[in-house]
Ligand binder design. Structure first.
Ligand SMILES: NC(=O)c1ccc[n+]([C@@H]2O[C@H](COP(=O)([O-])OP(=O)(O)OC[C@H]3O[C@@H](n4cnc5c(N)ncnc54)[C@H](O)[C@@H]3O)[C@@H](O)[C@H]2O)c1
Length: 392
């Protein structure tokens, strides 16, 4: 299958590329891939494990090898011999110039960027260019996934965001203030009937207009914000307090991370979308809102080795207050990259089964699943298995 990645030169993207190609060459085990669990064996019939990559980015690098090498130099997150073995394949992946429209102040922290809007293009011209790039690559077995830096919350406008006609009018009237990069990429994918996933907290395909477009065009899509680290632990652990009738009175989550993601999230406007996405999960699981602190801070020397400290204050029998602490210490891209490949395979499966609109059963993979109130990881996993087994 083919995977078009928005943010192709990022660490999650290049780690997905390296992992996929290394598996194809039998250099590594398939650890971390949910789609390779025995429950999903039949996925082979719909989306065999073979990937071709391309995408958009806004950093002017020469190719995906250069990008992967830069991330590897900083993180050493896998055996460097694997990267050298895949050099030729990665050098052939050259991202096309994208748009960073309304991507916030944090985007300036990632160094030199080049965008379509810098060339003075109108919204219509930007959309047309993105569309022609994707169409040159895409076939019937293609999925688009957003792995670009997190955008700030969009400037919501009913006139332009609630209907497909309104959205297209926004493009034609060049109302740049109301558009953001992630919605434009999502629009192009759905317009061209290509399944789309949003692995970031950015708005992507979650605008009412784009949800309608997906239904009209019969395209499956999913998002938002990959559930990979601290939040997956939180949403796996929080149900325990429900099952045992323990009252959570306070939950503090303090995350520190470096790398480009950390640099972008150090800007307040970009950080707001991420914090909201992480913070909403507790209330949905517990049914009430305990006192909560959710913080993300930039910590350069950690690079991609994101560390999360969680402190939970809970009340039990006889009103006794007790404490639980955990520390999550993982390489963000290593936990995220296999899920990117999983999501792509499940979305291609959904397309082949003629499913359209938001695929809620993929909520297992997301922090803020679209149109789905099930946040409990155990229930989400059961939903995913049931959905697949009923349809495969
Ligand atoms: N575990 C995880 O790593 C994890 C979990 C959930 C969500 N995410 C989200 O996934 C995204 C990628 O994370 P990462 O660690 O790979 O970040 P990264 O900074 O390494 O990569 C982002 C890439 O996107 C590019 N980019 C930025 N804005 C763009 C735009 N508008 N169009 C095209 N390209 C653009 C950047 O140049 C960069 O190459 C972030 O939004 C992050 O919040 C990551």
């Amino acid at each position: 299958m083919k995977l078009w990645i928005i943010g192709a030169y990022g660490i999650v993207s290049t780690t997905s590329m390296v992992g996929a190609k290394a598996i194809e060459k039998d250099l590594i085990e398939k650890l971390g891939l949910v789609s390779e669990l025995p429950y999903f064996k039949k996925i082979q019939d719909y989306a065999p494990f073979k990937f071709e990559f391309d995408g958009h980015d806004i950093r002017p690098l020469t190719n995906a090898y250069e990008a992967a090498k830069e991330h590897w130099e900083l993180n050493r997150h896998y055996d460097g011999a694997i990267l050298e073995n895949l050099r030729d394949e990665l050098e052939r992946i050259v991202a096309k110039k994208g748009t960073a429209l309304n991507c916030g102040t944090g985007i300036k922290n990632i160094g030199r960027i080049e965008t379509l809007e810098d060339e003075g293009l109108t919204l219509r011209e930007i959309v047309d260019k993105i569309e022609s790039d994707i169409k040159k690559f895409a076939d019937d077995e293609t999925v688009v996934i957003n792995l670009a830096s997190t955008e700030p919350l969009p400037r919501y406008n009913r006139e332009y965001h609630d209907s497909v006609e309104g959205f297209e009018r926004m493009i034609d009237e060049d109302k740049k203030d109301y558009a953001s990069a992630s919605m434009l990429y999502a629009y192009v994918a759905l317009k061209n009937k290509i399944p789309y996933a949003n692995f970031t907290p950015s708005v992507g395909s979650s605008l009412p207009a784009l949800k309608k477009l997906a239904l009209e065009n019969g395209v499956p899509h999913a998002g938002n914000d990959g559930k990979t680290g601290e939040t997956v632990i939180k949403t796996t652990l929080a149900p325990l307090f429900v099952y045992r009738n323990l009252q959570v009175v306070g939950w503090m989550s303090y995350n520190i991370l470096g790398d480009y993601d950390g640099k972008v999230l150090s800007a307040l406007d970009n950080k707001e979308s991420k914090v909201l996405s992480k913070d909403r999960v507790l209330e949905k699981i517990l049914g009430y809102n305990p006192y909560s602190i959710t913080e993300i801070q930039y910590f350069p020397s950690l690079v991609d080795n994101k560390t999360a400290f969680d402190f939970i204050h809970f009340k039990g029998f006889l009103g006794k207050l007790m404490k639980f602490y955990f520390i999550w210490d993982a390489v963000d891209a290593i936990v995220a990259a296999p899920l990117v490949l999983d999501i792509a395979r499940f979305l291609l499966f959904a397309k082949k089964k003629k499913m359209k609109g938001v695929i809620k059963e993929l909520s297992f993979f997301f922090k803020s699943p679209m149109d789905c109130e099930t946040i409990n990881t155990h229930e989400q996993f059961e939903m995913l298995k049931r959905w697949f087994q009923l349809n495969a």
